[in-house]
Design a protein around this ligand. Structure first.
Ligand code: PRX
Length: 654
């Protein structure tokens, strides 16, 4: 229902945590002067761009004359791999770029000099297969060292990579290959997941039955399994690279040459191929990685995201490598062979920064603190989260149990489309509040507006809009520039007045101190008896109950109230759900926000492979619609049980 009311800001969180004094002393960015500097955003970003090895300098920092299609560092040329590899291989050749930890416990250590050589070999190999600047290469792999090598080899040649997450189906892969007209596909024989293997090459073969553009498929042997080989088309990675030289001159690319396409699916329509270019994206990913994680040369940084998502692109590959960081890459899942695997990895490599998703944190909470307590986590300095709002209780658990009260938490809001972090604390500057991604980073500007585009005063909620261009902003949607304008810019911009505002799709509120609180996609805001209530706030109230590990709330159509609040609740390990507990949990939510009309207990909410709860499916279940495709879920088996329980609950309510 469209009205210009703001979203009701109901949940209040007043706990605050100042940066630890020792960190304030040691951090490079430790004063809020940086926000003042960020006010002149072009000068601010220009200063940060300078240390990178450009081949030709820019004539202009930003060209916004073709808004909303931005151009950053016009006239400049570079090759992003020279920032990520050559300068570190020259200055610190033996420094570790990646510690690789295989799911079965095998490991590899890759230095900057190793990585540069391998990337050069593979770039030469791809060139031998005919890949040239501007060609598109699809990558469909498991989390192994050859994955970043593949991205970087494309970038070395100026070819554009389009990564398709290794958990996606052949259909999804084929659609993306066809949209990008990829010439080469890079994959592995198999990937490992939870003690099992996934036949990636076989899945790719199925996809390739309907892809005409592909000339070659490069296959990395991860497990050594026998795979189908199509003569002439398929090439073994090892054979290809072993005959190449470890040197390759980096192609000279314009700052605005596309570096990558990454497809993102919205709630409707076909996936959008988000296009990121070279110079601005690299400066954005590098700077934010440095400043938000207070990166120091001796740190060991670990971002658990798969490289198939934007978080992996920006914060496993480009940002950390450009900063010369040492990172951990882990191949597998958090509960293999046991539920302490992540904590064992932190202990083994003495990880200093740990960056993960709220859904994982809530899962760790459900498993209990005995697992992290078995390990020495004293090396950790800073904890990060990304991907969805984090409930205050999960934030507190992360702080107390994983960070042992010592580590600041950086809750970083951004999107595939923004390329890099946009709203986040700076760990030695910002006082944090559990559940808030507090402020736009220096050089970034955001506002909260009502449906008419008017700024909502502090204390209120509405739509999150970005009202100033930034470095890593998507440049377009591949093959569909009109959709780019329509989807992101049309709603709150006034082109006639030269006013451009990007609408991120997210709802947010700002508290009395101007802190931002992300409230999820605006499509997830319920309208219950005329109140616009964020599902997130009801969930946070539910998770506040000591027995509740995770909650998913959706608005179910209701003839009287418009929508009714339907909650799906997962209890902590060992707790049994019954009618008394339902009543208790419901009253708890009622006391804080609003009483859910129904509560259904579930072992696990249905989740996508990226760990996001599939709310659309829960809505379909609640409104007793025929369910669509559930094969993209990690846990399709829970759907039947939830449906049964929801139907039972609906009968009880009648
Ligand atoms: O709704 C916001 C949520 O994730 C969306 C972007 O998803 P994606 O493009 O897959 O990128 C995820 C990794 C950057 C956003 O529109 N989101 C991401 N980070 C946060 C968040 N919501 C709240 N707080 C965050 N820190």
């Amino acid at each position: 229902m469209a009205d210009n009311r703001a979203i009701d800001a109901l949940y209040e969180e007043n706990r605050k945590f100042a940066p630890p004094p020792a960190l304030v002393k040691s951090a490079k960015t430790n004063s809020d002067e940086i926000y003042t500097k960020g006010g002149d955003f072009q000068a601010f970003w220009e200063e940060r761009a300078r240390p990178l090895p450009w081949k030709t300098p820019w004539s202009r920092v930003l060209d916004w004359s073709g808004a909303p299609f931005a151009k950053w560092f016009t006239g400049a040329t570079l090759n992003v791999t020279e920032s990520c590899l050559d300068r570190h291989a020259a200055q610190t050749p033996t420094k570790v770029a990646y510690y690789f930890e295989g799911e079965e416990g095998d490991s590899r250590t890759i230095t900057y000099s190793d990585l540069l050589e391998e990337v050069n070999r593979f770039a030469n190999g791809l060139a031998e297969l005919g890949v040239q600047k501007g060609d598109r290469v699809a990558i469909y792999m498991g989390m192994i060292p050859e994955f970043p090598v593949a991205l970087l080899a494309c970038a070395r040649l100026g070819a554009i990579h389009s990564i398709v997450f290794g958990g996606f189906s052949p259909e999804a892969l084929a659609d993306r290959i066809n949209d990008a007209k990829a010439k080469v596909v890079i994959t592995c024989d198999q990937s490992r997941r939870k003690g099992q293997t996934v036949d990636l090459k076989a899945l790719a073969d199925t996809a390739l039955e309907r892809c005409d553009s592909v000339e070659h498929v490069v296959v990395v042997a991860r497990t050594g399994a026998e795979v189908n080989r199509v003569p002439k088309r398929d090439v073994d990675y090892e054979q290809l690279v072993s005959r190449q030289k470890p040197i390759r001159a980096a192609a000279e690319c314009s700052s605005e040459d596309p570096l990558l396409i990454l497809y993102t699916s919205g709630t409707t329509g076909k996936p959008k191929g988000i296009v990121h270019t070279s110079g601005g994206y690299l400066v954005g990913a590098t700077t934010t990685h440095q400043e938000v994680f207070d990166l120091k040369p001796e740190d060991v940084y670990w971002c658990t995201a798969d490289i198939g998502w934007i978080t992996g692109h920006s914060y496993v590959v480009y940002g950390p490598l450009a900063n010369g960081a040492t990172s951990v890459i882990y191949e597998g899942v958090a509960d293999y062979p046991d539920k302490d695997r992540f904590w064992a990895i932190i202990e083994k490599y003495r990880v200093t920064q740990f960056y993960t998703a709220p859904t994982s944190i809530r899962t760790f909470m459900k498993w209990g603190k005995a697992y992290p307590e078995e390990h020495d986590l004293s090396s950790l300095r800073i904890l990060g989260t990304v991907g969805e709002p984090i409930n205050p209780e999960a934030w507190m658990w992360y702080r107390d149990v994983i960070g042992q009260g010592r580590c600041p938490i950086v809750d970083t809001w951004w999107q595939t489309e923004t390329g890099h972090m946009m709203i986040s604390p700076l760990p030695a500057v910002t006082e944090t509040k559990p559940g808030s991604a507090p402020k736009p980073l220096p050089g970034i500007s955001a506002d909260i507006v009502d449906d008419d585009g008017n700024s909502v005063p502090f204390g209120g909620g509405g739509c999150l809009a970005l009202d100033q261009p930034w470095l890593g902003m998507a440049r377009t949607i591949s093959n569909d520039p009109n959709r780019f304008v329509e989807t992101y810019w049309a709603r709150f911009s006034s082109p006639g007045e030269g006013r451009w505002r990007y609408f991120a799709g997210d709802g947010a509120k700002r508290d009395a101190n101007g802190y931002f609180w992300l409230l999820r996609r605006v499509d997830d805001v319920m309208n219950v008896s005329g109140h616009r209530i964020s599902t997130l706030e009801v969930e946070s109230a539910l998770v506040d109950h000591p027995t509740v590990a995770e909650a998913a709330v959706i608005g179910r159509a209701n003839p009287i109230t418009g929508q009714a609040t339907a909650a799906f609740v997962t209890l902590k390990a060992g707790v049994k759900g019954n009618e008394t507990l339902i009543a208790e949990v419901r009253e708890q939510a009622a006391g804080k926000i609003a009483r859910p009309a129904s509560i259904v207990f579930t072992e696990d909410p249905p989740k996508t492979r990226s760990g996001k709860i599939m709310r659309r499916l829960l809505r379909d279940i609640s409104e007793q619609r025929k369910l669509g495709d559930v094969t993209t879920l990690t846990n399709a088996d829970v759907v039947q049980e939830i449906t049964k329980r929801a139907q039972l609950q609906a009968k009880l309510e009648e």
